[in-house]
Design a protein around this ligand. Structure first.
Ligand SMILES: *Cc1c(COP(=O)(O)O)cnc(C)c1O
Length: 422
């Protein structure tokens, strides 16, 4: 149990004693016109730029200049195997074996590629379950997969919904859906951490539930990767996908990640869409071979990867590695707990925190429902140097990112919010 105090001195003292405090210096924090840093609480949407990123990108620009095509083999970090430089560090952050992880494409693309393999509907078993407040792209993706296989989403798509008057999804309600319709369900696709409420689901329980009914189980970790430890290998879902530009600080639109559980590493039964980068590395350039998939997640690659984006990811993963992901999680709990404590201490009945209170059921995001508020309040926050995120009709999402946000950031944000509410 953390014991917090509502004072600037307390916040500053936490920052002084914070083992990750020095990492803030490694990031470029946007500023106002006068050069004062914003209170940036939007790492759930776009993570900030590590100072290393420019240096890592420059290495590739220099080597491209120097070597041209020969950079594929002669660059300091040769481009041919470049994605492999990311694998081990990425695998640690999602709790996977390196052979289960690959960085490629972007999230929605990977989601489709995974569904090509893991959504194989039959006349009896064709439905897909998602959580009702799934990110729009995920909903579009599963609806289009249903239609692609000639099913009507009205029939084929099942929404796991919060109960009337509640904000969060309950596991027992998912169990009930499975009890009544599990035989018809082919795929469970759940976003964790949920982008809207900040709710993190129990990956192990959901996976076991799905597998009990012979369903494939996949997770969208867009808001999970770099935020919670999903322990993908141990928890056992069939696949997972994520992006790298939110908590993983790899730059706008940067390349995404993909996990395929080891049990499918050599599964020849799975259909897949293929391209040359997924082909056996030793014969990839012979060009006339039958497709021979690389074992593991790498076998799902299509194209040779965008090295500049990969360099940005490499920079960011090096920051994570230096910090240690366990330390990031430990600070995340403390810092998010502090934010929650201060928000409750405003003691205003218009404020409703919709994110779960249990630290195991959330990452570093708190979603604040402001009853009676309009977007004007959000605009005022922005005018006061707070970068956060507004969801209609009245929810502000704030995410103190443990690598660059301070206790002082959190304290100041709550002071500003309190002032604006008065
Ligand atoms: C951010 C986010 C996306 C974005 O997908 P892209 O393909 O990277 O544009 C998709 N799904 C979820 C759940 C997200 O949070």
């Amino acid at each position: 149990m953390n014991s917090y105090e509502n004072s600037l001195e307390f916040a500053q003292k936490q920052d002084q004693n914070d083992p990750l405090g020095k990492f803030r210096e490694q990031f470029l924090i946007p500023t106002d016109k006068n050069g004062n840093p914003h209170i940036y609480l939007c790492g759930n949407s776009l993570g900030l730029q590590p100072k290393k990123t420019r240096e890592y990108l420059n290495i590739e620009l220099e080597d491209w200049q120097k070597y041209g095509v020969e950079g594929h083999t002669d660059a300091r970090y040769p481009w041919m195997p470049y994605h492999e430089f990311l694998t081990e560090k990425m695998a640690k952050i999602v709790g996977a074996k390196p052979s289960e992880v690959v960085m490629m494409n972007t999230l929605s693309v990977n989601l489709h590629l995974m569904m090509v393999s893991f959504y194989q509907p039959t006349d009896r078993k064709y439905k897909i379950i998602i959580e009702s407040d799934a990110f729009p792209s995920d909903k579009y993706a599963v609806e289009s997969q249903l239609k692609f296989h000639n099913y009507d989403p009205k029939d084929g798509l099942i929404l796991w919904k919060p109960r009337e008057g509640e904000e969060l999804c309950r596991f027992e309600d998912l169990e009930e859906i499975m009890e009544s319709q599990g035989e018809q369900v082919a795929l469970l696709l759940i976003g964790t951490t949920n982008y809207y409420t900040g709710q993190s689901f129990d990956i192990k329980k959901i996976t076991e539930l799905g597998h009990k009914y012979n369903c494939m189980v996949g997770f969208d970790l867009a808001h999970g990767a770099g935020n919670i430890q999903p322990n993908l290998h141990k928890n056992g879902p069939d696949f997972a996908v994520w992006c790298s530009y939110k908590y993983l600080n790899s730059g706008p639109g940067s390349v995404g990640g993909c996990f395929v559980h080891e049990r499918h590493a050599n599964n020849k039964e799975l259909k897949r869409f293929t391209g040359w980068w997924g082909h056996n590395k030793s014969t990839r350039f012979n060009m006339r071979h039958e497709f021979d998939a690389i074992e593991g997640a790498e076998g799902w690659q299509l194209s040779n990867p965008p090295i500049l984006s990969m360099a940005a990811i490499r920079a960011s993963l090096d920051v994570y590695d230096e910090a240690g992901f366990e330390n990031v999680i430990a600070k995340s709990k403390k810092l998010t707990g502090y934010l929650e404590y201060l928000l409750k201490d405003i003691n205003d009945s218009r404020i409703q925190l919709i994110t779960p209170e249990n630290p195991e059921e959330r990452g570093c995001q708190i979603s604040i429902k402001l009853h009676g508020a309009t977007k004007e309040l959000f605009d005022d926050l922005t005018a006061n140097g707070v970068i956060s995120d507004w969801r209609e009709p009245n929810v502000i999402r704030v995410a103190p990112a443990p690598l660059y946000n301070s206790f002082e950031d959190v304290f100041k944000f709550v002071q500003i919010l309190k002032k604006l509410l008065q």
